[in-house]
Design a protein around this ligand. Structure first.
Ligand code: ADP
Length: 249
């Protein structure tokens, strides 16, 4: 007998990931169940009473459409999160005309803003192209702008450069977020007030933004006062030597 070797393996991290995956799966099922039940219920009512009453037909067709959109948005957001969760996400760093990209996003949200009689304002302090990942900037803009429209009646988008960082902020004077809820807004499926969520709300937008900002080794910050409004800010490093055409893990 020459001795004993005892081998300990720390599996706590693996267990933590496993638990998170289980929790996510259960959240996904729960979130999909709600619109699915509404869709089934509406089809049942339409089948029974829809042909006799144009009002019922209209009402339940609207619910059907709204819940189908919600399901589609949840699925798209889950797919995006799962893509970002892959270990090797390819970020494509190229020269970007920031002004043009922001204007592109504003144009995309113009119809939604018009519906709420909102005008989106843009202040830019960057004239020359900067090296950034286009898809990152577009994702951040889409989420911040759509949230400003959903939870406010205005939106001011600002872009500037600060110590070799690209700074993008979206400020609104909307409903704001309670201080004790600020820590949760990046959690998957978290919504401050679920009963007021619109057809395009999924509670996944900010978790996608946080994830993509982390992949870029950037910083995300929010300042918000209940009833007065919120400012979401993202800072992304502009460092082509480190990040140009490399896989960021
Ligand atoms: P959602 O699809 O619900 O908008 P997000 O992940 O984008 O999901 O946001 C999470 C929650 O944070 C929202 O449900 C909302 O309660 C709150 N929130 C996000 N942006 C704003 C904002 N600009 N003003 C007020 N509340 C906001």
């Amino acid at each position: 007998f020459d001795g004993t070797i005892v081998l300990f393996t720390d599996v706590s991290k693996m267990k933590e990931i496993e638990d998170m995956q289980k929790q996510f799966l259960s959240d996904v099922s729960h979130e999909l169940k709600t619109p699915m039940s509404a869709i089934i219920g509406s089809v049942e009512i339409l089948k029974r009473d829809g042909l006799d009453s144009p009002e019922i037909f209209q009402e339940f067709m609207d619910i059907l459409l709204k819940e189908s959109y919600r399901m589609q948005n949840i699925i798209n957001d889950i797919l995006e999160l799962s893509r970002l969760d892959q270990t090797r996400v390819k970020l494509d760093f190229k020269e970007l005309d920031v002004k043009a990209v922001v204007k592109e996003s504003i144009d995309l949200f113009e119809p939604m803003a018009k519906e709420k009689h909102i005008s989106l304002i843009y202040h830019n302090k960057i004239e020359k192209p900067v090296i950034l990942d286009y898809s990152t900037v577009k994702t951040i803009l889409s989420n911040f702008i759509s949230n400003a429209i959903k939870y406010s009646n205005d939106g001011v988008i600002k872009t500037k450069k600060e110590n070799n960082m690209f700074v993008l902020s979206v400020q609104d004077e909307g409903m704001g977020i309670p201080k004790n809820k600020l820590n949760y807004i990046y959690d998957r499926f978290y919504q401050v007030d679920k009963s007021r969520s619109s057809k395009i709300s999924t509670g996944l937008g900010l978790s996608i933004v946080k994830k993509i900002v982390e992949l870029n080794q950037g910083i995300i910050d929010v300042e918000s006062t209940l009833g007065l409004g919120s400012t979401f800010t993202v800072k992304l490093p502009i460092n082509p030597k480190v990040s140009h055409n490399e896989d960021i893990i």
